[in-house]
Design a protein around this ligand. Structure first.
Ligand code: ADP
Ligand code: MG
Length: 362
């Protein structure tokens, strides 16, 4: 029995070097039992290497990997009770869907009658109960990936690892499979570690997201926190659109000044800091409308306007030369008046701002 109060997985100071390349650099991370955890990062950031270290196909250069509190360094891959799904389904082409799914059971010496029963359950779980006798060449990409998922789940693993599993599918199918993976995870209560380079996929699916760059884990948090309070410049830029603005701290960090405009912060920040402003938090105002009300507003010029259907994406240049993005919804008063070259005033609320330590300052 696994103890669900212990982390399902712990990486403790895990480093993997290949010659001069540090693929995974000092990663320490606990993943709770039953969690849907997304590892998010650009290509080459070390995501697959971290999964391979956990699955046992590779060994750390330093540090250790634990499952339910026990080091797995001496446990071979097939004894780690881990199901793995890769992007390129990796089905055996000469076997039917049912034979593919039965394979891990055969390897584990499960008797034929029980094998058949469990294969049927697993195929039912992925909605392919009627396709057991089909070969890969007779199945669509989405169906092949379902077979791969059934094969990863059929032996009842404690942990499911998925490495960019939906990357080869088109958008509509991907959305549908995302929903289904969430459903299946809920039904089984299994711990999932899901690797992706697609931030919207990570946001849509995960309880928590770990962001990787150059082998390091930069931030681990729930999707809302990652978006609202990124811990550094890289994470802010990687997740969603934003503007990172240089400001001058005032009153011991209780506020800041930008292009002559001053704003107080809800809680003091340690100077020097930059601010992160998301486009949906920026409002754009015609100049006469705001000229004398004294509220916070930064003089700016419209540089570019992109029509997006539901609204516009507006690129502004602040009077101090910095760039700011705004998203303007259809129906905003200023909407009919957006034109490159036009002078405007940009505003945002103090509570919508995220604070970042200025890079190179620590
Ligand atoms: P990701 O899955 O995020 O794209 P990887 O874990 O595949 O990243 O790779 C991380 C880094 O480690 C890359 O620079 C990659 O070239 C390097 N790397 C991965 N596997 C090996 C290997 N077997 N030998 C040498 N370098 C490797
Ligand atoms: Mg990879």
């Amino acid at each position: 029995m696994t103890d669900r109060s212990l982390p399902a997985v712990s990486f403790q100071g895990v480093t993997r070097r290949y010659g001069g390349v540090c693929a995974v650099n000092d990663v320490t991370l606990d993943i709770a039992s039953g969690e849907f955890f997304a590892l998010l990062g650009a290509s080459g950031s070390g995501k697959t290497t971290l999964l391979m270290l956990l699955a046992g196909f590779d060994q750390p250069t330093e540090g250790r990997v634990l499952m339910s509190g026990t080091s797995v360094s001496d446990v071979p891959p097939h004894r780690r009770q881990i199901g793995v799904v890769f992007q390129n389904y990796a089905l055996f082409p000469h076997l039917t869907a049912a034979e593919n799914v039965a394979y891990p059971l055969k390897m584990r010496g499960v008797a034929r009658a029980e094998r058949e029963a469990r294969v049927n359950v697993a195929l039912g779980l992925v909605n392919l109960a009627d396709r057991g006798s089909s070969y890969s060449s007779q199945l669509s990409g989405g169906q092949q990936q379902r077979v791969a998922l059934a094969r990863a789940l059929v032996f009842g693993p404690d942990l499911l690892l998925m490495d960019e599993p939906l990357g080869a599918l088109d958008r509509r199918l991907r959305d549908q499979m995302q929903q289904e993976l969430k459903r299946i995870q809920g039904e089984l209560g299994i711990t999932v570690i899901y690797v992706t380079h697609d931030q919207s996929e990570a946001m849509a699916m995960a309880n928590r997201i770990g962001i990787m760059a150059a082998g390091r884990l930069l931030q681990v948090a729930d999707p809302e926190t990652i978006y609202a309070a990124p811990s550094n410049h890289f994470v802010a830029r990687f997740i969603g659109e934003c503007s990172i603005l240089r400001v001058a701290a005032m009153d011991g960090g209780r506020g800041y000044e930008i292009a002559g405009a001053r704003q107080s912060l809800p809680s003091p920040a340690t100077a020097p800091f930059d601010i992160v402003v998301r486009p949906e938090h920026v409002s754009v105002h015609a100049v006469p409308e705001v000229k004398s009300d004294g509220a916070f507003g930064v003089p700016a010029t419209i540089r570019d306007v992109t029509y997006l259907g539901a609204g516009w994406r507006v690129a502004l240049e602040l009077s101090d030369g910095q760039s700011l993005l705004a998203s303007i919804k259809r129906g905003d008063e200023v909407a009919g008046d957006l034109a490159p070259g036009k002078p405007v005033v940009a505003r945002w609320a103090p509570a919508s701002v995220a604070i970042l330590p200025t890079e190179g300052s620590s």
